[in-house]
Design a protein around this ligand. Sequence first.
Ligand code: GRG
Length: 326
Amino acid sequence: MNAAPLLSLPAVEDALGRLEPLLRESVRSGEAFLDDVTRHLIDAGGKRLRPALALAAATAGDRPARREDLLGGVSVELVHLASLYHDDVMDEATIRRNVETVNARWGNLVAIVAGDFLLARSAEIAAGLGTEVAGLLAHTLGQLCQGQVAEVHGAYRVERTEEQYATAIAGKTAALMATSCRIGAITSGAQRAQVEALTAYGRCFGMLFQLRDDILDVVGTESELGKPSGQDLAEGIYTLPVLLALQQPEVAEELRPLLGQPLAQPERDKAREIVAASSAIGASVRVGQRYARQAAEAAEALPDAPLRRALAELAHSTLEGLPGGT
Ligand code: GRG
C-alpha cells in the first residue's frame, strides 16, 4: 500500500518534496542528542500518508501548496511520529520503518520524552495556524489516546464486540486521517461543505487503512509486513478477522482455547492459520470494501475532478492484494 494515487496529483508530489526540509527543521532543538533521537524515524522514511492527505486536500491536486498548507502537513506527521514513538514503547517493538526503534536503541524513557517533544513541536506549529487547527489537533490527540486505551483495555477479551473494535480503530487511526484531510481543507480556506466532505473521506479511509493492516497481520508474511505476523493475536488484540472467526462455531471450537492469554510462537502460528483459513478473511475484506465505497462517496461531493478521482482510487486500491480484495 502506498500513496501512489495521491502522488499522481502534480501539486501533491511537489508539495511533499517541499515538506521534507520543513519537517526536519520543525524538530531541531540545537541539542545534538535530542536531534538524533527525533530525526531517527523521519530519516527512516515512511509513506508520509497523513501529510499527503493534508496536501491533497489543500491543493485540490493542482494548486501550489502555500507555507500554511505545508505546515499543516508537518503538524499531522509529527503527531503520527509521536504516536509511533509511544506505541513502540507500549509494544516493546524493536523494528519500525525497517530500522531499530527509538526505544530499542535509546531506551523507553528517551522514546517517551522525545515523543512528547514531537507533540510539543506539533502543537506549536498548529497554534501558528490558528485556533481552529490548534483545537482540532488537540482534540485528535485525545481521540488517539482514547482509541489506544480502549485497545489496551480490551486486550485478551474474546468477548470484544465488533462495535468495540470499530470504536478503538476510529480513535487510534481514523481520527488522525480525518484530521489530516480537515487541516488541509482549513489551511486552504475551502468551503465548509468541502471541509466536511474531506473529513468524512479521511475518517472512512482511516477505518479502511487500519482494517487492511489488521487483515494483513493474519494473512501477511513477515517479509511483506516488515515485522512478525500474528503480532496482534499474540498480544491479545483481537481484530475484526478474529472476532468474525469466533462467530463461527466450528472455527471458534478450535480457536477459542488458544485465546485469552499471551501466545508463544507455535500457538500464535496455529491461531493465525485457523483465522487465515476461515471465511472471516473474506468477510473482513467485504467490510473494508464498504468503507472504501463510503470514502469514495464522500469524495464525490468535491468539485475538483482530479482530487475526487485520486481519493476514490486510493480508497479502492487499499485492499488490493488481499484475498478477495482484487
Ligand atoms: C502520543 C500521539 C500520541 C498518542 C498516544 C500510542 C498512542 C496514544 C496511540 C497509538 C496510535 C497508533 C500507533 C496507531 C496505529 C496507526 C498506524 C496504522 C500506523 C502505521 O501507519 P503508516 O503505515 O506508517 O502510515 P508509516 O511508517 O508509513 O508512516
